[in-house]
Design a protein around this ligand. Structure first.
Ligand SMILES: Cc1cc2nc3c(=O)[nH]c(=O)nc-3n(C[C@H](O)[C@H](O)[C@H](O)COP(=O)(O)O)c2cc1C
Length: 168
């Protein structure tokens, strides 16, 4: 198994909890799970695989801890790395910006020489109107909605981590 680091941005603990659930499925130890504000080029260099998660706030913004995190990510060398994304949001109250924060992270990493993995999550199985995290009918990473569809979270994580394992 490749060395995996998980970085999350979470205001009320939802995305943090999801990061730990994903870590559990991939046997990632607690020491390799970080808040996004801890992200640095040096830390990135320790890992072959980065799993990056955010909740979405405001009107489709990344969670606050990503504002510094994204600067560090842009400054880091991602060439040759594998990057997987996950996000959580509220597809009912924020249907027009569902998981847009994940879309913002995708935009920051997509041209940095890394391979994006776990990016074929069928958007047809979600109820939302619009998302910058959807490209050609697929979410660019795992979209989760703990507010309206929490009963689907476990199986969505199971399926997505199963796909990731094929690349790891
Ligand atoms: C003021 C406010 C704005 C939000 N904006 C969005 C949004 O634009 N898109 C979305 O998908 N979810 C939005 N959400 C929902 C949060 O992303 C959701 O509650 C998430 O689970 C919070 O995760 P966290 O505790 O890890 O930060 C918003 C929630 C609040 C309270």
């Amino acid at each position: 198994m490749k060395k995996i680091g998980i970085f999350y941005g979470s205001s009320t603990g939802t995305c943090e909890d999801l990061a730990h659930q994903i870590a559990g499925k991939l046997n990632v130890s607690e020491a390799d799970i970080y808040s996004a504000e801890k992200l640095s080029a040096e830390l990135v260099s320790k890992y072959e695989v980065l799993i990056l998660g955010t909740s979405t706030w405001g009107d489709g913004e990344m969670q606050d801890d990503w504002y510094d995190g994204i600067k560090a990510l842009k400054a880091a060398d991602l060439s040759g790395k594998e990057v997987a994304l996950f996000g959580c949001g509220d597809s009912e109250s924020y249907a027009d910006t569902f998981c847009d924060g994940m879309g913002a992270i995708y935009d920051a990493v997509k041209d940095k020489g890394c391979s994006i993995i776990g990016n074929h999550v069928d958007a047809g199985s979600y109820n939302y109107s619009s998302s910058t995290a959807v490209v050609d009918g697929y979410f660019v990473g795992l979209a989760l909605d703990e507010i309206n569809e929490s009963e689907k979270t476990a199986s969505r994580i199971e399926e997505w981590t199963g796909e990731l394992k094929q690349c790891l």
